[in-house]
Design a protein around this ligand. Structure first.
Ligand SMILES: [Fe+2]
Length: 408
């Protein structure tokens, strides 16, 4: 009899075991492994978590001019983020006539015209015209009554977050614990280098991807040669965790740098960074590396030379896309003085090379971790003292799941 695979739990059975898992940090157990593989559970997450959470879709400076827009998908919903005369506007990308998706690519336009019947909308989603739909008064009446449904958004430190849930609590208060880490960075007059778009689907669950990012335990074993300069374990003090309240939407840890002003170079974290140090930072910020996760869609890294960010997209139970300096390049907030350096391109290439080395070490770990979730012998294991951020993420997930389960 083969032991190579196992029967997946039914969704009701899986939800019952998830609901029975404690969400208290410190006692949190790992999630049942089917939460990382089940198509039904992923559908539950789409409706219950992604459709009710603040999701980062890019930066306001990515669409600087009136008419610029970006297309995104949130919980499977095609959306449009536009820059109109009134500012940033977010709306459904689905034509209110017959449901055609207006566009799924980003660009610049003064209006959106549905390819199917040429119904046309302005940058705020108001219907401007619809051919052969009746007399002028009938058309005027139609235009008054039709609008692409608006979607809530909030701008946080230049990042655009959207939420399909009109009742969701505002985002910024849930990220208050990150404010001390932002201190002094924006004084350096930052500009972004957006992540290079990347649709390559990574064959693992989105939670596993975020867990790899937030895990302070693995660098010592996985990242030999690339991460020793930023150790989680060190006699003079290693990783520093932060408390997490039930209302927090950020999971944060910092590790020391072996020398002030170090950063990413072509070999990983090191003493001679490719980007110069940010002069406005306080001494303690110049000798640490802070990893911040804003589940379920983004991560930030505060280093002495840059803020790096990635936007994570869950595309299926076992499919995730992302774009950042480790995977496809870019995804930095940098002082404009850094961007103006004559050799900036070469410096950026060195950062990407070093990030790529770290990513090459993570890749087989993520693949093997996802493979193990299919085993009949996989079981929710025990977290160790270096895995507090994983417990915090687990608690965040369980709170979201329990809320979704209680939904009418
Ligand atoms: Fe890693």
């Amino acid at each position: 009899m083969t032991q190579a695979s196992k029967a997946a739990k039914s969704l009701p059975d899986l939800l019952a075991s998830v609901m029975a898992t404690s969400a208290t940090p410190g006692s949190a157990h790992m999630l049942p492994e089917d939460c990382y593989t089940s198509v039904d559970f992923f559908a539950f997450e789409q409706a219950g978590v992604f459709a009710r959470s603040w999701i980062c879709v890019g930066r306001a400076e990515d669409i600087p001019d009136t008419g610029d827009y970006l297309a995104a998908s949130v919980a499977g919903e095609p959306i449009l983020v536009t820059r109109s005369e009134q500012g940033i506007h977010v709306m459904s990308a689905v034509c209110q006539h017959r449901g055609h998706v207006l566009t799924s690519t980003s660009g610049s336009a003064q209006r959106f015209r549905c390819p199917a019947h040429f119904w046309t909308y302005d940058l705020n989603g108001k219907l401007l015209g619809a051919p052969r739909m009746g007399t002028r008064p009938e058309l005027e009446s139609l235009c008054k009554s039709v609008q692409l449904p608006p979607i809530r958004h909030e701008i946080w430190h230049g990042f655009i977050f959207v939420n399909l849930d009109a009742e969701a609590a505002p985002l910024a208060p849930t990220l208050a614990k990150l404010e001390p880490f932002w201190a002094n960075y924006e004084a350096a007059d930052l500009a972004s280098v957006p992540p290079v778009a990347n649709d390559k689907v990574l064959p693992w669950n989105w939670k596993l991807h975020l867990e790899n990012f937030t895990d302070a335990y693995h660098p010592e074993f996985v990242h030999g040669g690339t991460h020793d300069f930023a150790p989680s374990v060190h006699p003079d003090g290693g990783v520093a965790f932060t408390d997490m309240a039930e209302t927090d939407n950020a999971i944060v840890r910092s590790v020391p740098l072996m020398k002030s002003d170090g950063g990413m170079n072509q070999d990983g974290w090191g003493e001679t960074p490719a980007f110069p140090p940010i002069a406005t930072l306080a001494p303690e910020q110049r000798k640490r590396l802070t990893f911040a996760m804003i589940p379920p869609s983004m991560t930030l890294m505060f280093s002495p030379n840059a803020i790096s960010y990635q936007i994570v997209r869950a595309v299926s139970a076992e499919g995730t896309t992302t774009a950042n300096d480790r995977v496809s390049g870019g995804g930095w907030l940098l002082p404009k003085t850094t961007l103006a350096l004559a050799d900036f391109k070469q410096r950026a290439a060195r950062v990407q090379q070093g990030g790529g080395k770290i990513w090459a070490q993570d890749l087989p770990i993520n693949l093997a971790m996802q493979a193990g979730k299919h085993s009949r012998f996989a079981s929710p294991g025990r977290y160790g003292p270096l895995e507090l951020t994983l417990q915090q993420f687990n608690a965040w997930l369980l709170r979201a799941y329990k809320k979704a389960f209680a939904m009418p």
